[in-house]
Design a protein around this ligand. Structure first.
Ligand SMILES: [Fe+2]
Length: 217
């Protein structure tokens, strides 16, 4: 095959790939990283660890945008398309879970037993202590991931859930109420391997009004 023929074939292939690509959400603005710098100064969280965490979060936002943009440019029914599709949920959930996590921090950690969320937790777990013990035990599991207190909108049930990495174990249609990051980057900078101490610090900074506002009606 001559060099000219090869070049022509490559041009034709490129044309076919671009022509076959499916545009993704044209006209929808890309995701932008939210500013959580107001969390700096939280007791039990060093500014250095938070800055590291904010940078990681920004990476998930960028990668989510990059993957969505790339999907709009490559042809379906190709290995590259399939792999990027598989990757999207991991990056997207990495972005959204961090937003929910930072969004339920910055409070005083005091859960009013007579608040709407306090009453719901007591009704379903028997006591706040029972709920908290189960949430903490979920966070102490070996592995990297998240603990999510979900509300099932079909019946109002509250369920403490383990999410492996960012994408495995979500309850479809569930409302995430309280999210705790237990990836190693969330605690090793300040606590080394003492994950339980990080979980205690997390609880002291929960913004319970923000959690309650996520409840369905
Ligand atoms: Fe994280």
């Amino acid at each position: 095959m001559t060099e000219m023929t090869k070049a022509t074939m490559l041009l034709v292939l490129a044309f076919i790939l671009v022509a076959a690509a499916v545009p993704v959400a044209a006209g929808v603005a890309p995701y932008t990283a939210k500013d959580f710098s107001k969390l700096k100064g939280m007791p039990g969280f060093s500014d250095k660890a938070l800055d590291l965490h904010f940078t990681l979060y920004q990476g998930y936002v960028k990668n989510t945008n990059d993957l969505l943009e790339t999907l709009g440019k490559i042809a379906p029914n190709t290995p590259a398309y399939a792999e990027i599709k598989r990757r999207l949920g991991w990056e997207y959930n990495g972005m959204r879970l961090h937003e929910l996590y930072f969004g339920n921090l910055g409070g005083d950690g005091k859960l009013d037993a007579n608040s709407k969320i306090g009453k719901r937790l007591q009704e379903q777990f028997g006591s706040l202590e029972n709920w908290q013990a189960d949430f903490k035990a979920s966070g102490a599991m070996r592995g990297i991931g998240w603990v999510v207190l979900y509300e099932d909108p079909t019946n109002g049930r509250l369920i403490n859930t383990w999410i492996n990495e960012h994408d495995v174990g979500h309850l479809a249609g569930g409302r995430p109420l309280l999210i705790m990051d237990v990836f190693e980057h969330a605690f090793i900078p300040d606590y080394g391997l003492k994950r339980a101490e990080y979980i205690e610090a997390f609880f002291k900074n929960i913004n319970w009004p923000a959690v309650e506002a996520r409840l369905g009606q």
